[in-house]
Design a protein around this ligand. Structure first.
Ligand code: SAM
Length: 232
């Protein structure tokens, strides 16, 4: 059986590239975006009642990881990228139907627009459905997962004086919690686990319309070097 699905909207996100996006929602509460609904869901009727809900499940397409050939085993970054697992035992982006799911905080509801935080979604992500989070059914106190038993360990994030000033200026311009966003995302240590960082090696990622560059002055410590307008 095949069945066609079409997006009910698209996410405008602080994340403009996959690198440095947290591996799950809620890990960076300052990660914000807007879900822009498309017709006919852009009318107030479709979201009526959602203002009574604090969090929603988003079902979405990993549109930048779609593949023709299904994978049975994947190598999740969380396991260092060198151990393979059955695809259904992981939350990897390479999936049979390319479907992702994230619980995100609903900050504000407008006709045609949902303001979100705590997202792990790339800019432009097509959303297939929205469902309210239902605490009595969705919280399972006895649940366990020995593969992903705890949130990733955080590492300290420091700033050069110049980078912090740049981030504060852009935060004011964007009216976004940019310093917190950068700290929360970099503290997850987005570097591929197989790479041993040297102090000379610089890393970068785009948040909003900004290029953020950082390095590891020593293993397990990040220092943000600059926050400048993105060239792309
Ligand atoms: N919470 C979701 C889930 O469990 O289905 C996503 C988990 S997945 C491990 C999270 C990663 O997906 C992020 O770190 C980001 O790099 C990637 N990602 C987010 N949106 C994407 C998109 N539209 N296309 C491809 N990759 C995406």
């Amino acid at each position: 059986m095949t069945h066609t699905v079409s997006p009910i909207g698209f996410v405008r996100s602080c994340f403009k590239e996959k690198f440095a996006i947290p591996r799950q929602p809620q890990l960076a509460p300052a990660a914000r975006g807007v879900l822009e609904l498309v017709a006919p869901f852009d009318q107030g009727n479709a979201v009526q009642g959602l203002e009574q809900v604090s969090h929603v499940w988003l079902l979405f397409l990993f549109h930048q990881a779609l593949e023709d050939k299904p994978r049975l085993k994947v190598r999740p970054p969380r396991l260092g990228g060198n151990k393979s697992m059955g695809v259904f035992a992981t939350r990897a982006t390479h999936r049979p139907n390319g479907i992702g799911q994230s619980v995100v905080k609903l900050e504000r509801v407008e006709a045609g627009r949902l303001w979100l935080s705590g997202i792990d979604l790339l800019d432009g992500t097509p959303v297939l459905d929205i469902k309210p989070y239902v605490p009595y059914a969705d919280i399972i106190g006895s649940a366990s997962n020995a593969i992903a038993s705890a949130a990733p360990e955080l590492i300290p994030v420091q700033w050069t004086d110049a980078a912090l000033l740049q981030a504060r200026d852009h935060a004011t311009r964007l009216e976004e919690p940019l310093v917190e966003l950068i700290e929360q995302c970099l503290a997850q240590d987005p570097r591929p686990a197989y790479q041993t960082p040297t102090a000379e090696r610089e890393y970068g990622a785009q948040f909003w319309d900004l290029d953020v560059r950082w390095h590891y002055p020593q293993p397990g410590l990040i220092r943000v070097l600059e926050v400048v307008p993105a060239e792309r």
